[in-house]
Design a protein around this ligand. Sequence first.
Ligand code: TMP
Length: 217
Amino acid sequence: MSARGLFITMEGGEGVGKSTNLDFLERLFKDNGVEIVTTREPGGTRLGEDIRELLLRVRDEPVHAVTELLLLFAARAQHIAELIEPALADGKWVLSDRFTDATYAYQCGGRGVDRAVVEQLENLVQGTLRPDYTLLLDAPVDVGMTRARNRGELDRIEQETMAFFERVRQGYLQQTQTQGDRYRIIDAGQPLVDVQKGLTAFGNEVLARWTQSRAEL
Ligand code: TMP
């Protein structure tokens, strides 16, 4: 039986360069012989991608914070059951563009949802599943929002205020205080080559720890 794979997540506010950096990290792991599944939240399954579309489409009615929260966890439950758990059990690594840290940052930090409510849903939906490592790409809100705006039309969440995204950023930074040792923070405001130096160091650290833990078995 193969050892359980690693679950790695990438987080950050809008326009911090998650897609480019996720591709870079995926390549680094693949080049080192890791079988890796790359996915995203909300999404990752057909049902999850439908829920993503519902969540991000601009609407002419307000979306209640609890409605948004439950949709996110509904997509997450499907994602875990259909994709994440089977891949990890099969010894594959899973690299996800966002996971529950985003809920603490956006729904708790941004929308003001009580953390205890999210903790309950996290335990219900995830059981003991938590990421092994989380990379937080952190950049000043104006830097990220300028990039997001240059990408084209803004979705429902991207249309939030700068104050909302400032709370999201603080929410992420606060998250790194909760389960400190799984987080690595990279300054995403620096030039891409420096961000990617940080990613390489992170990837190599994860690979070295993995090799060491295999040797100890
Ligand atoms: P993105 O992954 O393309 O950046 O878009 C996903 C959007 O959904 C982004 O604005 C963050 C938001 N989101 C939440 O508000 N809560 C969550 O738990 C997740 C996973 C995403």
